[in-house]
Ligand binder design. Sequence first.
Ligand code: FA5
Length: 346
Amino acid sequence: MLDKLNALEKDFNGQIVNCLKQADVLNLKSQILGKKGSLSEILKSLKDATPEQRKEIGPRSNEIKQNIEKSVQSKLSEIEIKEVNEKLSKNKLDFSLRDSLLELGLRDGGIHPVAKIQREVEDIFVSMGFDVLDGPHIEDDWHNFGALNIPETHPARDMQDTFWFKDMKHLLRTHTSTIQVRGMEAKKPPFKFVGPGKVFRCERTDATHEMCFHQLEGMMVGKDITVGNLIYFMKTLLKEIFKKDMEVRLRPGFFPFVEPGFELDIRWKKPDPKKGESEHSGWLELLPCGMVHPNVLKAGGIDPGEYNGFAFGLGLDRLVMVRYAIEDIRHLHSGDLRFNKQFKSH
Ligand code: FA5
């Protein structure tokens, strides 16, 4: 019996290397390990074996069973990888190409409106000579608060409800102003850059507030920069995005990292989902900005006696709301197909 078992294993090993399809592998497995398979057939005569023979045959047949199962698994994944590679090299799929996806009958999709507007805003600033920087979502206290002139005991920390990690040293960034700090660390003035990305706040959500939303930070540092420069760039941005002069208002705003600080609001016709554009219009807080506080420049290793600059933090989701007349910010990441449908072709 032992000889028969060894021969069975040898035979299996010889056959599995020649299997080209997953179905062949599964057939071979059932021919051997199935209820009426050859291993069961051999084990049927176990009843005639002596106790000594059984002691040998039992563990050996278990060992063979395990070896076969292992070989079957690895052969199945080997074939799967080969098949996927063959398909990829045949179709030469480029998933960024919408038409090739459609040709394959895959579902049509579209770029998310926040991603689209982010790319547009980046392009506008790149065309004006700005760089585009990135920063991590998980930050430390220094980059989110300390370097931005918000020391530990400063009440301004309460303006942004923060998701802290258990160590109470790290947090999910509450704003993209962290990228100001990272930009100053990486660059020597004069410089100008924007930094887009997700930010996180432990907020109660409503029609204009999400817990995870998107901002685009901007910073320009050089010699003799003025509020006039700041307003010029903000107006150019809005004109390019909306393709018309938008009604905006600038009012004083407090942020510890700018002095003076402003809130730039945009006139917004809050849409009524039933009647289309509503007559009711109001101001939507969109773009806080200001002249960089000297303490922030110092924290970034820049001499405020020599250089100054401006910074702003644009709310990208709110910009999307105004552009596409969306009445509730919570639609944007709801995954509701009825809402998503309107952006298929964007
Ligand atoms: C800030 O986050 C500052 N870091 C912005 C700044 C940068 C000021 C540089 C000065 C200089 P604020 O908390 O107001 O500020 O958020 C900025 C913008 O993000 C808001 O105007 C709004 O458009 C958007 N925003 C804020 N909270 C939410 C929210 N919960 N959901 C959606 N958008 C929000």
